[in-house]
Design a binder for this molecule. Structure first.
Ligand code: SAM
Length: 243
């Protein structure tokens, strides 16, 4: 079966996205390393290393999945800080929690099954809200951005790490070949699931490019919005503040 994501209604899309992540949860970490040749670790490290956050802060990592960002954030907020890892998918959260339990680092991290479009947290309850490789999977991105803004404290920072538009012309054909040929084959070979990885490639193409996402953040109420491209725009980090 091929996911015809372009034309499906909203509720259907949400269900399909759910199936994709339930289906890849167990292989998720391995696949990230294979697909990006390990570079996603560098992006994530840079993303967390440049966040506005200090010891003792309370942080929300949305679409946190198996917890890569939460683990990095943990070093930055220290033992006095707290991290909430929110994700819509129980399977991804379970893989994340098991992995952290194995490493003995579960303390200070709270796992909450929730939809980024409708957060179960009060206004102004976090110093920092992050979402990494998650926003493109959210059906109503504007709603998610508004919710991120709502739960932030005044002066707090929101940060989005996401695939974006490649800016180097020479690289585009290589990138397309990787996305639409290599990636589904890797999916088939290692996760026996070409469809999910085909979906991932399509979702990257449909995600709003740099300036459009920046405008969406402004419309959601964020102040001082900006972005920075990493790896020629394969991914971008968007930043906004609650004024
Ligand atoms: N942030 C992690 C990382 O960088 O490795 C996981 C990213 S993974 C590609 C995307 C995650 O978004 C999945 O775990 C999926 O369950 C979650 N997700 C999709 N739609 C969501 C929504 N509406 N609200 C919250 N999480 C969502």
């Amino acid at each position: 079966t091929h996911f015809g994501f372009r034309d499906v209604p909203v509720a259907e899309k949400q269900k399909l996205v759910g199936e994709v992540f339930s289906s890849v949860a167990g292989k998720y970490d391995l696949m990230n390393d294979l697909m990006s040749l390990g570079i996603h670790r560098v992006w994530k490290r840079y993303f967390v290393g440049t966040c506005q956050v200090k010891r003792g802060d309370r942080v929300l990592d949305l679409a946190g999945g198996t917890g890569d960002i939460a683990l990095l954030l943990r070093d930055r907020v220290g033992a006095t800080g707290s991290i909430v890892l929110g994700d819509i998918n129980g399977e991804m959260l379970k893989v994340g929690r098991d992995r952290m339990t194995d490493r003995g680092v579960v303390a200070g991290i709270e796992f909450v099954e929730c939809n980024a479009e409708k957060l179960p947290f009060p206004d102004a309850s976090f110093d920092l809200v992050t979402i990494a490789f998650g926003l493109r999977n959210v059906t109503d991105k504007d709603a998610a951005l508004r919710e991120m803004q709502r739960v932030l404290k005044v002066g707090g920072q929101a940060r989005v790490l996401e695939f974006s538009e490649v800016k180097a012309d020479w690289f585009k054909p290589i990138y397309d070949f990787h996305s639409f040929n290599i990636l589904p084959k890797l999916g088939k070979l290692f996760a026996n699931d070409a469809d999910s990885y085909q979906y991932l490639a399509e979702s990257i193409r449909k995600h709003p490019p740099q300036d459009e996402l920046k405008a969406m953040m402004e419309a959601a109420g964020f102040a001082r919005c900006s972005y920075r491209n990493l790896s020629a725009g394969i991914v971008a980090i968007h930043t906004g503040y609650k004024a």
